[in-house]
Design a protein around this ligand. Structure first.
Ligand code: NAG
Ligand code: CU
Length: 545
């Protein structure tokens, strides 16, 4: 090759490299970049009036608590471990405005509804539960007993849920009346003693007649994942009295055999006339630690041009959507004034109830029906883990609650909001026979999520807003299955999930409230002419644990 051609080739290569660098430079500037800033303005404006649906602020809870403590005649305690026989301020929650008042205000036809709180007091000293309305917030001046107005009867003290104060006494009761009386059995069967103890899961309901307060306790190993570590001891405790000195053990179930008293179990155990459980150390099959390392990082969500939604206080804007939201300590997540293209299509969508009904041959589980709102659903909405519970880039919202606590509590990042691709087109068509053409639409949707870990189950609650005006409400169940110690006959009521452990057969029931206001309130629905909105109202999914 002569040197002229050689130099020409080198020059060509150099020019081509420089040109490539310039072109890459130009085009990479044009390529979409992850932008923290929103590139395009939002379509709507945040609605200040939505604040009437907002949960109480930390300051409002404190104001209501202070006001209640000032009512000396009520003689209320806010101590965390108030005993059942005292009067305990159990709950403070927003009292929702009446729909007619709220709509009038939203539509500019009425005044702002007075902001009110519901306060629940367990009057252990007086033998009843009271629900009070306290108003006006943020500086309460009045309260009124609304118990019979709301429930059409008085509520006996035994109808209350178990508080921290009562749990403390229950665990003391186990120690004093069970563990210390059955030392030999507890050591040989469960390795209890020398600082080791058992944990407990209560079964519900606490009896079959109104007024009963007798709870079957399923004892569990005190390890992570205790829900699938039952040890083989169930005990029925009568804790009807607000005076814990009157509590008693009514029945016991040990390794498949029933006993009427602790003494009977002890006597027969010591005499060796019953089938014993011999403790055996084994690795915890229920640990939450991951067992394998991920191969590499999974796909990630990012917003190339910033977020197309915005959360301000308790109001969300997303493309054509807007809505207000809140989280009730008792019932859970809820949205109000749901609008699409400026038109209200739902006044309220809310979680109301989660029930699970069990089958078993073991006594507690035979009758177990967990009615979760009786304990509280929203109160168990804890911090969401970035990248696991919701995408890392989601918007996270704190919630504040006052339930069975001495002071209002902040739950950091307990609601998340994100838009993501649902993994299928929202619509598409390829015209094959004539006019070869294609039209499709990316299915991005907005998800608002909380996860409530109510004992063994974690319910993942999603409200999903689609671009076509559909709103979906769904729930997935995960966490641990409720279990019992494997005894003769168990396997008719579930599957074995570990050595001596049965996962009990059960059904989940979930209730939502759906108050649609398409083309006006429901009273006017008959006059509605144009129901052009497609509403996939409800879709309940419960995958398994
Ligand atoms: C609680 O019950 C015990 C046993 O019945 C009784 O001795 C005690 O006086 C009671 N305490 C109160 C405060 O009533
Ligand atoms: Cu389940």
């Amino acid at each position: 090759m002569n040197s002229g051609v050689k130099w020409l080739l080198i020059l060509f290569a150099l020019v081509s490299i420089i040109l490539n660098i310039i072109l890459i430079g130009i085009y990479s500037n044009r390529a979409p970049k992850c932008s923290a800033q929103r590139l395009h303005p939002l379509r709507g404006k945040h609605e200040e009036r939505s604040l009437m649906f907002a949960d109480l602020t930390q300051e409002e809870y404190a104001q209501v608590q202070r006001y209640m403590l000032q009512q000396k005649d009520l003689d209320i305690s806010t101590n965390r471990i108030t005993e059942p026989r005292a009067n305990f301020l159990f709950l403070i929650d927003l009292s929702l405005p009446k729909k007619a008042d709220a709509l009038a205000y939203l539509d500019g036809k009425g005044a702002q509804p007075v902001r009110e709180a519901t306060v629940v007091v367990f009057h252990g000293a007086r033998g009843f539960i009271k629900e009070y309305l306290v108003w006006p917030l943020p500086n309460p001046k009045h309260h009124r007993d609304v118990t019979t107005e709301r429930y059409k009867r008085e509520l006996p003290i035994n109808a209350r849920t178990v508080t921290v104060g009562e749990y403390v006494l229950l665990f003391q009761f186990f120690e004093k009346n069970l563990f210390s009386k059955l030392k030999k059995l507890m050591k040989e069967s469960f390795d209890v003693g020398q600082g080791k103890t058992l944990n407990a899961l209560e079964q519900m309901p606490r009896g079959l007649r109104s007024g009963d307060r007798k709870t079957w306790i399923n004892f569990l190993k005190d390890v992570s994942g205790m829900y699938v570590n039952p040890v083989g001891l169930n005990v029925l405790i009568n804790h009807e009295s607000v005076n814990a000195s009157n509590w008693k053990v009514e029945r016991l179930f040990y390794n498949g055999q029933y006993f009427d008293s602790v003494e009977e179990l002890k006597r027969k155990y010591d005499a060796g006339t019953i089938k014993k459980i011999i403790y055996k150390d084994s690795p915890n099959h229920a640990s939450l630690k991951t067992r394998t390392k991920p191969l590499q990082i999974g796909p990630q969500l990012f917003y190339a041009e910033g977020k197309r939604f915005s959360v301000s206080h308790n109001h969300v804007l997303y493309l054509d959507w807007s809505f207000a939201f809140g989280l009730s300590s008792l019932t859970g997540m809820r949205v109000f004034d749901v609008r699409f293209s400026g038109e209200r299509i739902a006044y309220e969508l809310s979680v109301q109830e989660a029930i699970s009904v069990y089958g078993s041959v073991t006594p507690g589980m035979i009758l177990t029906k967990f009615v979760d709102s009786s304990i509280g659903i929203g109160r168990f909405a804890h911090e969401l883990v970035r990248g696991v519970d919701c995408p890392s880039e989601a918007t996270y919202v704190d919630t504040y609650r006052y339930i069975d606590v001495p002071v209002p509590v902040r739950f950091r990042n307990s609601i998340c909001v994100f838009e993501h691709n649902m993994g299928q087109p929202l619509r598409r068509h390829f015209s094959d026979f004539s006019h070869h053409s294609f039209g499709g639409m990316v299915n991005s949707a907005l998800v608002m999520r909380t996860i409530t870990a109510i004992g063994n189950y974690d319910y993942m609650w999603d409200f999903v807003f689609y671009q076509n005006g559909a709103v979906e409400v769904k729930v997935h169940a995960t966490g641990y299955v409720s279990s019992s110690y494997l005894v003769d006959g168990s396997l008719r009521y579930g599957h074995q999930v570990a050595e001596n452990v049965q996962g009990n057969i059960h059904t989940h029931f979930i209730n939502f409230k759906v108050d649609l206001d398409i083309s006006g309130k429901w009273q006017n629905a008959g006059e509605a002419q144009d129901e052009s909105l497609l509403l996939k109202v409800i879709c309940v999914k419960s995958t398994h644990h």
